[in-house]
Design a protein around this ligand. Structure first.
Ligand code: BGC
Length: 754
């Protein structure tokens, strides 16, 4: 091996691994040709914007995800991209995580199956997918310094399971290690996670790329199994790796192995078909269909579809300036963007419109609201488009609570007060509170539905398309109901997970807590029935049922298969989703659905044997979806182990608050910027930096501060091409009181790497 090859272990700029180009992802291609950034602030080549993962997950449709994957693969080929950085499969632990729009679900089976389908689609075109962020990365605050403390059972059942499914069912070319630590060790340095679990237990044979800036110690990372530190090149990293390689021994051998793995990856990544054009019209049509398939009808007292001869008033700035994707590294520049306003106007040329609230706060909300209320007197139906404006949710920070802007809630209430027949359309990346729910006639949730979301929404409102989405996450009644509420953002550096496996519906069911809308919920313009349950013993066991469209219009129904063990000796959710299918049926048509249930479908992770076990007992198998009244169930007797009885109290677990203890703050390259407050020079620096942040809008300043204060000092290497690890070490030395030595190191690092 040529010693120069060690340079392959750090990126070649922002987007290259050696000669291989990678790009974000995941709901469209963010190919940056000039200046690069990892937070989506700078322009990228215009691309098709598909619905975000939070929306796509509601389709419960593996084939659709496969098609979106194929389309993304074609777009990568056309742009010469070898690996798409996505999908993101992290568990939605709390609806407050600012990046939830990029993730699929609170259920690891749903996430894993949909992500595996998407990866298969992408890779069917010869392009690689990079599944991210491995692992237990479920919040944004302090994401580069936080330590996720998760018990072993919850880790395997909830936080790793979706990665396992994707690795086993789709063989992704790459995985991205998360920023955070897991059990005290950075994921990018975590040998147990990368080698022990992914490579040895699951057979992962791709490369591990670090998240951008996630490497604390390049040598430790390579030795632990990380292939490439991104971005790069950090010359100080390369030098340290070269020295370790030359020193030989066990570490040298392990580093060699990584170089060989990267070389293999590079060889596979070059494609002769790069540059081949794709059918843009067909992809935009797919984006529209995907968006329609993903919307969830949460309430309908009969006002939808709108009806041809009705006088419509459309309200809300989001109807004209839609929120259709999230902020951060996944943000792309769309090739085109339609709006609900333009699309609905095609069906209702005389439609009235009022902005209703101001998105940028430059106009008076009360005046806009009154104007909308006055116009509502002339309309049969009022459609209000509301939701979360851009700055409410983003990669980099979390939400404080689940409220929408007060102006949106007040608008809906005012229109209801005036006696209007109100339909609400919600554009948001994650659940919001809906205090006005009893006062509106209909609620259509589109999540963030991509650049064709406007057309898709008009199709759904007018009945040209029939809603068929189901919630991929629970919508709670109150922010505080969230089982992770007491431990979610308590400490910047430590994220306890006392709720363990009781996350999402697993908690709400077990605690018997009322929710606004349950996981799996969603309505249709037609009706369905589920009948003829048949359960067959065996390995695998088989569950069958018949689904019939008993209504008057074509529609699609989703059936989930769930497993529970009422008389379990151990801690266990009431029931858990194990598989799902979606079927399209004409009025009067019916279809038989069949599910195969391997033994793993009944297993739990046993911490005593560090493996999966099936408990002996009578299992209940449910078919259908929660909240719809369409559920049937039967029993299956299974042989298995008889574990020792376990006592537990769900609420007690969930509400246990773990607080880190204080102690002397030591500054290291991994310290969050927040910690430098403890030093005189640090305070001086922060005062200057704060001044700069204040010059931005007040909202941005606060959120930028949260992001900056929660980032480690080593992230400075991404701030300027001349900064490297030696520069950061110099700054740390300076802050720790050795001013001359620190200054010397800083200057030397900058000079040396000019
Ligand atoms: C994100 C990754 C993304 C990378 C490159 C990071 O901030 O966490 O998901 O792929 O930037 O843009």
């Amino acid at each position: 091996m040529d010693k120069k090859d060690v340079a392959l272990l750090t990126g070649e700029g922002y987007w290259f691994v050696g000669p291989v180009m990678v790009s974000d992802g995941p709901h469209g291609l963010r190919k940056q040709e000039k200046d690069a950034d990892f937070l989506g602030g700078l322009p990228s080549k215009p691309a098709v914007c598909y619905p975000t993962a939070s929306a796509l997950a509601c389709s419960f449709d593996k084939e659709l995800l496969y098609e979106v994957g194929e389309a993304l693969g074609d777009e990568c080929i056309s742009e010469g991209i070898s690996v798409l950085l996505g999908p993101g499969v992290n568990h939605k632990r709390s609806p407050r995580c600012g990046r939830n729009f990029e993730y699929f679900s609170e259920d690891p089976v749903l996430t894993g199956e949909l992500a595996a389908a998407m990866v298969r689609g992408i890779q069917s075109r010869g392009v690689g997918a990079c599944v991210k962020h491995f692992a237990a990365n479920s919040r944004e605050w302090g994401r580069m310094v936080a330590d996720s403390v998760v018990d072993e059972r919850a880790l395997f059942e909830i936080y790793l399971r979706q990665f396992e499914t994707v690795v086993k069912k789709a063989r992704p070319a790459a995985m991205m290690t998360a920023y955070n630590k897991l059990g005290g060790v950075y994921c990018s340095e975590n040998e147990w996670l990368m080698n022990g679990v992914a490579r040895e237990k699951w057979g992962f044979d791709g490369v591990f790329l670090s998240d951008w800036g996630a490497v604390s110690d390049p040598v430790k990372s390579a030795v632990a199994g990380l292939d490439v530190e991104m971005p790069g090149p950090d010359r100080a990293s390369t030098e340290r790796l070269r020295r370790a390689l030359e020193a030989g021994g066990e570490h040298g051998e392990k580093i060699k192995k990584r170089v060989e793995n990267v070389k293999r990856f590079i060889k596979r990544a070059q494609k002769p078909e790069f540059g081949k054009l794709f059918d843009l019209g067909a992809h935009l049509e797919l984006a529209r269909r995907a968006s329609a398939e993903s919307a969830v009808l949460l309430k309908n007292s009969g006002s939808l579809p709108l009806g041809k001869d009705k006088k419509i008033l459309l309200v809300g700035e989001l109807a004209k300036s839609p929120r259709y994707q999230g902020s951060g590294s996944s943000r792309i520049d769309p090739v085109s963007l339609d709006s609900i306003y333009e699309e609905l106007k095609k069906t209702y040329p005389d439609m009235l419109y009022a902005p209703g609230y101001s998105l940028d706060g430059k106009k008076d909300d009360k005046i806009l609201r009154d104007e909308a209320v006055a116009l509502s007197a002339n309309a049969d139906r009022v459609v209000v488009v509301a939701g979360l404006p851009d700055e409410y949710e983003s990669e980099g920070y979390d939400r404080v609570d689940l409220s929408m802007p007060a102006s949106h809630d007040a608008l809906i209430e005012a229109l209801a007060d005036a006696g209007a027949d109100v339909t609400v359309v919600l554009q948001c990346g994650a659940p919001v509170l809906t205090p006005w729910i009893e006062r509106v006639s209909a609620l259509l949730l589109t999540y963030l539905s991509g650049c064709r979301g406007g057309a898709a929404c008009a199709d759904l409102l007018t009945g040209r398309a029939n809603p068929s989405g189901r919630l991929a996450e629970t919508w709670p009644m109150r922010t505080e109901d969230d089982p992770s509420y007491d431990n979610f953002n308590v400490s910047m550096k430590r994220v306890e997970h006392p709720e363990g496996i009781f996350t999402g519906y697993r908690y709400y069911d077990a605690a018997g807590r009322e929710v606004r809308f349950p996981f799996g919920y969603g309505l249709s313009y037609t009706r369905f029935s589920i009948s003829d349950l048949k359960l067959e013993d065996g390995v695998p066991a088989v569950a069958k049922c018949r689904v019939t469209n008993t209504g008057n219009v074509p529609g699609s129904e989703t059936v989930g298969v769930w497993v529970g063990l009422e008389k379990s000796r151990i801690m266990r959710p009431v029931r858990e989703l194990r598989d799902f299918k979606k079927v399209s049926l004409a009025p009067g048509e019916s279809a038989e659905l069949e599910f195969s249930l391997p033994r793993e479908a009944f297993a739990y992770y046993d911490v005593k044997t560090h493996g999966w076990q099936v408990e002996k007992g009578e299992y209940t198998v449910f078919l259908g979806m929660p909240g719809t009244g369409l559920e049937i169930c039967g029993a299956l007797e299974l042989e298995g182990i008889e574990p020792e009885p376990e006592g537990y109290d769900v609420e007690e677990r969930v509400r246990r608050r773990e607080i880190e203890s204080g102690g002397k703050v030591v500054i290291t390259p991994d310290s969050p910027v927040e910690d430098i407050r403890t030093r005189f020079l640090g305070r001086l620096f922060l005062r200057i930096a704060d001044g700069k942040m204040k010059k931005m809008s007040p909202i941005d300043a606060d959120r930028t501060r949260t992001l900056v204060y929660g980032s480690p000092l080593r992230a400075l290497t991404m701030a300027h091409p001349r900064f490297n690890r030696d520069t950061v070490d110099g700054i740390v030395t300076l802050l720790n009181g050795k001013r001359l030595r620190g200054l010397h190191r800083i200057l030397k690092s900058l000079r040396k790497h000019k």
